[in-house]
Design a protein around this ligand. Structure first.
Ligand code: KG4
Ligand code: ZN
Length: 357
Protein backbone atom coordinates (compact mmCIF):
# COMPACT_ATOMS: atom_id res chain seq x y z
CA UNK A 1 0.00 0.00 0.00
CA UNK A 2 1.26 3.50 -0.82
CA UNK A 3 2.54 5.43 2.20
CA UNK A 4 0.21 8.20 3.40
CA UNK A 5 1.55 11.73 2.80
CA UNK A 6 2.84 13.45 5.95
CA UNK A 7 0.39 15.94 7.54
CA UNK A 8 2.01 18.93 9.29
CA UNK A 9 0.31 21.34 11.72
CA UNK A 10 1.97 24.77 11.47
CA UNK A 11 1.72 27.61 13.99
CA UNK A 12 2.68 31.27 13.43
CA UNK A 13 2.66 33.88 16.22
CA UNK A 14 5.75 36.07 15.72
CA UNK A 15 4.01 39.42 15.16
CA UNK A 16 0.34 40.43 14.97
CA UNK A 17 -1.30 37.36 13.40
CA UNK A 18 -2.18 34.21 15.34
CA UNK A 19 -2.26 31.53 12.67
CA UNK A 20 -2.57 27.76 12.33
CA UNK A 21 -2.46 25.69 9.15
CA UNK A 22 -2.56 22.06 8.12
CA UNK A 23 -0.42 21.23 5.10
CA UNK A 24 0.42 17.88 3.52
CA UNK A 25 3.80 16.93 2.06
CA UNK A 26 2.08 16.69 -1.35
CA UNK A 27 1.43 20.49 -1.05
CA UNK A 28 -2.30 20.20 -0.26
CA UNK A 29 -3.28 23.06 2.06
CA UNK A 30 -6.06 21.48 4.15
CA UNK A 31 -6.55 24.59 6.32
CA UNK A 32 -4.92 28.02 6.63
CA UNK A 33 -6.49 29.99 9.49
CA UNK A 34 -5.50 33.50 10.56
CA UNK A 35 -6.83 35.48 13.52
CA UNK A 36 -5.61 39.01 12.93
CA UNK A 37 -4.88 41.46 15.76
CA UNK A 38 -4.97 44.43 13.36
CA UNK A 39 -8.03 46.01 15.02
CA UNK A 40 -6.40 45.72 18.45
CA UNK A 41 -3.13 47.35 17.31
CA UNK A 42 -4.74 49.93 14.98
CA UNK A 43 -5.78 51.90 18.11
CA UNK A 44 -2.08 52.30 18.97
CA UNK A 45 -0.90 52.94 15.38
CA UNK A 46 1.37 49.88 15.49
CA UNK A 47 2.04 46.55 17.21
CA UNK A 48 2.42 46.72 21.01
CA UNK A 49 4.48 43.60 21.95
CA UNK A 50 2.87 42.94 25.35
CA UNK A 51 -0.65 43.35 23.94
CA UNK A 52 0.27 41.04 21.03
CA UNK A 53 1.59 38.29 23.36
CA UNK A 54 -1.60 38.31 25.43
CA UNK A 55 -3.76 38.19 22.29
CA UNK A 56 -1.78 35.20 20.94
CA UNK A 57 -2.33 33.41 24.26
CA UNK A 58 -6.07 34.07 24.10
CA UNK A 59 -6.50 33.04 20.47
CA UNK A 60 -4.10 30.21 19.77
CA UNK A 61 -6.19 27.24 21.00
CA UNK A 62 -9.24 28.37 19.04
CA UNK A 63 -7.26 29.00 15.85
CA UNK A 64 -5.86 25.44 16.02
CA UNK A 65 -9.35 24.04 16.67
CA UNK A 66 -10.66 26.01 13.66
CA UNK A 67 -7.86 24.65 11.45
CA UNK A 68 -8.66 21.05 12.45
CA UNK A 69 -12.41 21.61 11.94
CA UNK A 70 -11.96 23.22 8.52
CA UNK A 71 -9.63 20.41 7.43
CA UNK A 72 -12.15 17.83 8.65
CA UNK A 73 -9.44 16.35 10.86
CA UNK A 74 -8.70 15.64 14.52
CA UNK A 75 -5.37 15.81 16.35
CA UNK A 76 -5.00 12.08 15.60
CA UNK A 77 -4.51 12.92 11.89
CA UNK A 78 -1.52 15.19 12.57
CA UNK A 79 1.90 13.57 12.01
CA UNK A 80 4.17 16.44 13.09
CA UNK A 81 3.93 20.01 14.41
CA UNK A 82 5.94 23.14 13.53
CA UNK A 83 5.96 26.62 15.03
CA UNK A 84 7.79 29.85 14.28
CA UNK A 85 10.78 29.91 16.65
CA UNK A 86 11.91 33.42 15.67
CA UNK A 87 12.84 36.02 14.67
CA UNK A 88 10.02 38.12 16.04
CA UNK A 89 8.39 39.49 19.18
CA UNK A 90 9.56 37.07 21.83
CA UNK A 91 6.28 36.89 23.80
CA UNK A 92 4.34 35.77 20.76
CA UNK A 93 7.06 33.37 19.58
CA UNK A 94 7.10 31.79 23.07
CA UNK A 95 3.31 31.22 22.97
CA UNK A 96 3.53 29.38 19.62
CA UNK A 97 6.63 27.40 20.62
CA UNK A 98 5.22 26.19 23.94
CA UNK A 99 1.91 25.24 22.33
CA UNK A 100 3.64 23.25 19.58
CA UNK A 101 5.97 21.49 22.03
CA UNK A 102 3.01 20.56 24.25
CA UNK A 103 1.13 19.04 21.29
CA UNK A 104 4.27 17.16 20.20
CA UNK A 105 4.88 15.80 23.71
CA UNK A 106 1.25 14.78 24.27
CA UNK A 107 0.93 13.11 20.86
CA UNK A 108 4.51 11.76 20.73
CA UNK A 109 5.08 13.32 17.29
CA UNK A 110 8.06 15.37 15.99
CA UNK A 111 8.30 19.12 16.65
CA UNK A 112 10.09 21.57 14.31
CA UNK A 113 11.23 25.10 15.19
CA UNK A 114 10.95 27.15 12.00
CA UNK A 115 12.73 30.39 11.15
CA UNK A 116 9.95 32.83 10.18
CA UNK A 117 12.14 34.23 7.38
CA UNK A 118 12.67 30.72 6.04
CA UNK A 119 8.88 30.33 6.00
CA UNK A 120 8.66 33.36 3.68
CA UNK A 121 11.72 32.24 1.71
CA UNK A 122 10.37 28.77 0.90
CA UNK A 123 6.70 29.79 0.44
CA UNK A 124 7.00 30.02 -3.39
CA UNK A 125 7.75 26.30 -3.48
CA UNK A 126 4.40 25.58 -1.81
CA UNK A 127 2.49 27.69 -4.32
CA UNK A 128 4.54 27.18 -7.49
CA UNK A 129 7.09 24.85 -9.02
CA UNK A 130 10.29 26.71 -8.17
CA UNK A 131 13.58 24.79 -8.10
CA UNK A 132 16.68 25.69 -6.04
CA UNK A 133 18.61 27.94 -6.37
CA UNK A 134 16.53 31.11 -6.84
CA UNK A 135 16.89 34.78 -6.05
CA UNK A 136 14.61 36.08 -3.29
CA UNK A 137 13.53 39.62 -2.50
CA UNK A 138 12.05 39.32 0.98
CA UNK A 139 10.05 42.46 1.76
CA UNK A 140 8.01 42.54 4.95
CA UNK A 141 7.34 44.78 7.92
CA UNK A 142 10.53 43.73 9.70
CA UNK A 143 12.88 42.75 6.85
CA UNK A 144 14.09 43.84 3.43
CA UNK A 145 16.69 41.42 2.11
CA UNK A 146 18.03 40.02 -1.14
CA UNK A 147 19.19 36.40 -0.86
CA UNK A 148 20.15 33.44 -2.97
CA UNK A 149 18.04 30.52 -1.72
CA UNK A 150 20.23 27.49 -2.32
CA UNK A 151 18.21 24.98 -0.26
CA UNK A 152 16.54 24.67 3.16
CA UNK A 153 18.97 26.20 5.66
CA UNK A 154 21.28 27.40 2.85
CA UNK A 155 21.19 31.10 2.10
CA UNK A 156 23.61 33.70 0.73
CA UNK A 157 22.55 37.21 1.65
CA UNK A 158 23.47 39.85 -0.94
CA UNK A 159 21.85 42.80 0.79
CA UNK A 160 19.77 43.95 3.70
CA UNK A 161 18.47 47.23 5.06
CA UNK A 162 20.75 49.57 6.94
CA UNK A 163 17.82 50.98 8.91
CA UNK A 164 14.06 50.60 8.33
CA UNK A 165 12.45 47.77 6.36
CA UNK A 166 10.30 48.68 3.33
CA UNK A 167 7.07 47.66 5.11
CA UNK A 168 8.14 49.66 8.15
CA UNK A 169 8.63 52.72 5.90
CA UNK A 170 5.09 52.26 4.53
CA UNK A 171 3.73 51.86 8.08
CA UNK A 172 5.56 54.86 9.57
CA UNK A 173 4.72 57.17 6.64
CA UNK A 174 1.05 56.10 6.72
CA UNK A 175 0.99 56.86 10.45
CA UNK A 176 2.47 60.34 9.83
CA UNK A 177 -0.14 60.95 7.11
CA UNK A 178 -2.97 59.78 9.38
CA UNK A 179 -3.83 56.89 7.02
CA UNK A 180 -3.92 54.21 9.73
CA UNK A 181 -2.35 50.80 10.32
CA UNK A 182 -1.16 48.69 8.54
CA UNK A 183 0.30 51.36 6.31
CA UNK A 184 1.13 49.42 3.13
CA UNK A 185 -2.44 48.67 2.03
CA UNK A 186 -3.54 52.20 3.14
CA UNK A 187 -0.80 53.87 1.05
CA UNK A 188 -1.56 51.64 -1.95
CA UNK A 189 -5.26 52.56 -1.77
CA UNK A 190 -4.55 56.30 -1.36
CA UNK A 191 -1.98 56.24 -4.19
CA UNK A 192 -4.64 55.19 -6.74
CA UNK A 193 -5.88 58.80 -7.02
CA UNK A 194 -2.46 60.45 -6.77
CA UNK A 195 0.18 61.71 -9.19
CA UNK A 196 3.42 59.77 -8.51
CA UNK A 197 5.52 62.53 -10.13
CA UNK A 198 4.07 65.41 -8.13
CA UNK A 199 6.31 65.31 -5.05
CA UNK A 200 10.06 64.79 -5.36
CA UNK A 201 11.38 62.22 -2.88
CA UNK A 202 14.89 60.69 -2.64
CA UNK A 203 15.87 57.15 -3.73
CA UNK A 204 18.40 56.19 -1.02
CA UNK A 205 21.33 54.03 -2.25
CA UNK A 206 19.98 53.90 -5.83
CA UNK A 207 22.90 53.21 -8.18
CA UNK A 208 25.33 52.20 -5.43
CA UNK A 209 27.55 49.21 -6.14
CA UNK A 210 26.13 46.98 -3.37
CA UNK A 211 22.70 45.35 -2.85
CA UNK A 212 21.73 47.10 0.40
CA UNK A 213 18.68 49.21 1.22
CA UNK A 214 17.96 52.30 3.31
CA UNK A 215 14.49 53.74 3.88
CA UNK A 216 14.91 55.95 6.91
CA UNK A 217 15.94 59.05 4.88
CA UNK A 218 12.95 58.57 2.61
CA UNK A 219 10.65 58.47 5.63
CA UNK A 220 12.19 61.72 6.96
CA UNK A 221 11.91 63.39 3.53
CA UNK A 222 8.23 62.46 3.38
CA UNK A 223 7.64 63.82 6.90
CA UNK A 224 9.32 67.11 5.90
CA UNK A 225 7.26 67.47 2.70
CA UNK A 226 4.11 66.60 4.66
CA UNK A 227 4.73 69.37 7.15
CA UNK A 228 5.71 71.91 4.40
CA UNK A 229 2.40 71.09 2.69
CA UNK A 230 0.39 71.84 5.84
CA UNK A 231 0.29 68.46 7.64
CA UNK A 232 -2.10 65.51 7.22
CA UNK A 233 -5.26 67.67 7.14
CA UNK A 234 -4.12 70.05 4.35
CA UNK A 235 -1.52 68.11 2.33
CA UNK A 236 -2.42 66.26 -0.92
CA UNK A 237 -2.28 62.78 0.66
CA UNK A 238 -2.98 60.89 -2.57
CA UNK A 239 -0.03 62.60 -4.31
CA UNK A 240 2.23 61.97 -1.31
CA UNK A 241 1.17 58.31 -1.16
CA UNK A 242 1.72 57.81 -4.91
CA UNK A 243 5.12 59.55 -4.78
CA UNK A 244 6.20 57.44 -1.79
CA UNK A 245 5.05 54.20 -3.41
CA UNK A 246 7.05 54.82 -6.61
CA UNK A 247 10.13 55.85 -4.59
CA UNK A 248 10.06 52.61 -2.56
CA UNK A 249 9.37 50.54 -5.70
CA UNK A 250 12.23 52.29 -7.52
CA UNK A 251 14.69 51.45 -4.73
CA UNK A 252 13.54 47.81 -4.57
CA UNK A 253 13.82 47.43 -8.37
CA UNK A 254 17.27 49.05 -8.56
CA UNK A 255 18.77 46.96 -5.74
CA UNK A 256 17.19 43.77 -7.15
CA UNK A 257 18.76 44.46 -10.56
CA UNK A 258 22.15 44.61 -8.84
CA UNK A 259 21.48 41.31 -7.01
CA UNK A 260 20.42 39.60 -10.26
CA UNK A 261 23.88 40.18 -11.70
CA UNK A 262 25.50 38.69 -8.60
CA UNK A 263 23.13 35.73 -8.62
CA UNK A 264 23.83 34.94 -12.30
CA UNK A 265 27.57 35.11 -11.61
CA UNK A 266 27.29 32.68 -8.68
CA UNK A 267 24.70 30.40 -10.30
CA UNK A 268 25.01 30.48 -14.10
CA UNK A 269 21.83 28.98 -15.63
CA UNK A 270 22.24 25.23 -16.31
CA UNK A 271 20.73 23.38 -19.29
CA UNK A 272 18.92 26.48 -20.54
CA UNK A 273 16.88 26.72 -17.29
CA UNK A 274 15.48 30.22 -16.75
CA UNK A 275 16.61 31.84 -13.48
CA UNK A 276 13.80 32.70 -11.07
CA UNK A 277 13.19 35.82 -8.99
CA UNK A 278 10.78 35.40 -6.08
CA UNK A 279 9.20 38.22 -4.08
CA UNK A 280 7.77 37.23 -0.70
CA UNK A 281 6.53 39.02 2.43
CA UNK A 282 3.61 41.40 2.93
CA UNK A 283 4.98 44.20 0.70
CA UNK A 284 5.04 41.73 -2.24
CA UNK A 285 1.23 42.08 -2.43
CA UNK A 286 1.64 45.70 -3.65
CA UNK A 287 0.58 45.84 -7.31
CA UNK A 288 2.85 48.72 -8.34
CA UNK A 289 5.87 47.02 -6.78
CA UNK A 290 4.92 43.78 -8.55
CA UNK A 291 4.74 45.61 -11.93
CA UNK A 292 8.15 47.26 -11.41
CA UNK A 293 9.79 43.97 -10.49
CA UNK A 294 8.12 42.21 -13.41
CA UNK A 295 9.82 44.75 -15.73
CA UNK A 296 13.19 44.22 -14.05
CA UNK A 297 12.79 40.43 -14.28
CA UNK A 298 11.80 40.56 -17.97
CA UNK A 299 14.74 42.82 -18.81
CA UNK A 300 17.21 40.43 -17.13
CA UNK A 301 15.72 37.16 -18.40
CA UNK A 302 14.35 36.04 -15.01
CA UNK A 303 10.94 34.44 -14.42
CA UNK A 304 9.06 36.23 -11.62
CA UNK A 305 7.20 34.10 -9.06
CA UNK A 306 5.07 35.70 -6.36
CA UNK A 307 3.06 33.53 -3.96
CA UNK A 308 -0.67 34.36 -3.67
CA UNK A 309 -1.42 37.15 -1.15
CA UNK A 310 -2.57 34.68 1.53
CA UNK A 311 0.87 33.04 1.45
CA UNK A 312 2.78 36.35 1.15
CA UNK A 313 1.57 38.05 4.32
CA UNK A 314 2.21 36.25 7.61
CA UNK A 315 0.55 32.83 7.67
CA UNK A 316 1.08 29.37 9.18
CA UNK A 317 0.95 27.38 5.91
CA UNK A 318 4.44 28.68 5.06
CA UNK A 319 5.66 27.58 8.52
CA UNK A 320 4.24 24.07 8.05
CA UNK A 321 5.78 23.94 4.57
CA UNK A 322 9.25 25.04 5.73
CA UNK A 323 9.20 22.12 8.21
CA UNK A 324 8.01 19.72 5.49
CA UNK A 325 11.03 20.80 3.42
CA UNK A 326 13.33 19.28 6.09
CA UNK A 327 11.31 16.43 7.53
CA UNK A 328 14.39 14.32 8.18
CA UNK A 329 15.99 16.92 10.47
CA UNK A 330 16.47 16.03 14.13
CA UNK A 331 13.71 16.83 16.61
CA UNK A 332 13.91 20.41 17.95
CA UNK A 333 12.46 19.81 21.47
CA UNK A 334 15.50 21.50 23.06
CA UNK A 335 14.98 24.69 21.01
CA UNK A 336 14.59 28.05 22.79
CA UNK A 337 12.77 30.95 21.02
CA UNK A 338 15.07 33.47 19.29
CA UNK A 339 14.22 37.17 18.90
CA UNK A 340 16.98 37.38 16.24
CA UNK A 341 17.72 34.57 13.81
CA UNK A 342 19.50 35.52 10.56
CA UNK A 343 19.08 33.29 7.52
CA UNK A 344 22.71 33.79 6.56
CA UNK A 345 24.76 34.23 9.76
CA UNK A 346 27.95 34.57 7.68
CA UNK A 347 26.72 37.61 5.71
CA UNK A 348 28.85 40.71 6.09
CA UNK A 349 26.89 43.71 7.38
CA UNK A 350 26.39 46.77 5.18
CA UNK A 351 28.54 49.79 5.95
CA UNK A 352 27.01 52.30 8.32
CA UNK A 353 24.64 51.99 11.19
CA UNK A 354 23.03 49.03 12.96
CA UNK A 355 21.96 46.17 10.76
CA UNK A 356 18.72 44.28 10.76
CA UNK A 357 19.13 40.50 10.69
O1 KG4 B 1 5.06 39.67 5.88
P1 KG4 B 1 4.16 40.50 6.73
O2 KG4 B 1 2.69 40.15 6.75
O3 KG4 B 1 4.63 40.54 8.21
C1 KG4 B 1 5.97 40.64 8.61
O4 KG4 B 1 6.64 39.58 8.72
O5 KG4 B 1 6.40 41.80 8.76
O6 KG4 B 1 4.36 42.02 6.23
C2 KG4 B 1 3.66 43.08 6.81
C3 KG4 B 1 4.10 44.35 6.13
C4 KG4 B 1 3.53 45.62 6.78
O7 KG4 B 1 4.58 46.54 6.94
C5 KG4 B 1 2.51 46.08 5.76
O8 KG4 B 1 2.32 47.51 5.76
C6 KG4 B 1 3.14 45.62 4.47
O9 KG4 B 1 3.67 44.35 4.76
N1 KG4 B 1 2.14 45.50 3.40
C7 KG4 B 1 2.16 46.23 2.27
C8 KG4 B 1 0.98 45.88 1.56
N2 KG4 B 1 0.32 44.93 2.28
C9 KG4 B 1 1.04 44.70 3.41
N3 KG4 B 1 3.02 47.16 1.84
C10 KG4 B 1 2.75 47.75 0.65
N4 KG4 B 1 1.64 47.50 -0.08
C11 KG4 B 1 0.74 46.57 0.32
N5 KG4 B 1 -0.35 46.31 -0.39
ZN1 ZN C 1 6.57 37.84 7.99
Amino acid sequence: MAQRTVIMLGIESSCDETAAAIVAADKTIHANEIASQIDTHAKHGGVVPEVAARAHLEMIDQVIRDALANAGMTMADIDAVAATGGPGLIGGVAVGTVTAKAIAAARQIPYYAVNHLEGHALSPRLADDVAFPYLLLLVSGGHTQLLAVVGPGQYHRYGTTMDDAAGEAFDKCAKAMGLGYPGGPAIEAAAKDGNPKSIALPRPLKGSANCHFSFSGLKTALANRLSQLGGPKAAPLADLAASLQVAIADCLADRTKMAMARFLQAFPPQDGNQPVLVIAGGVATNKHIFTCLQKVADASGFRLSVPPAKLCTDNAAMIAWAALERLDAADDLGFAPRPRWPLDPEASPPPGRGVRQ
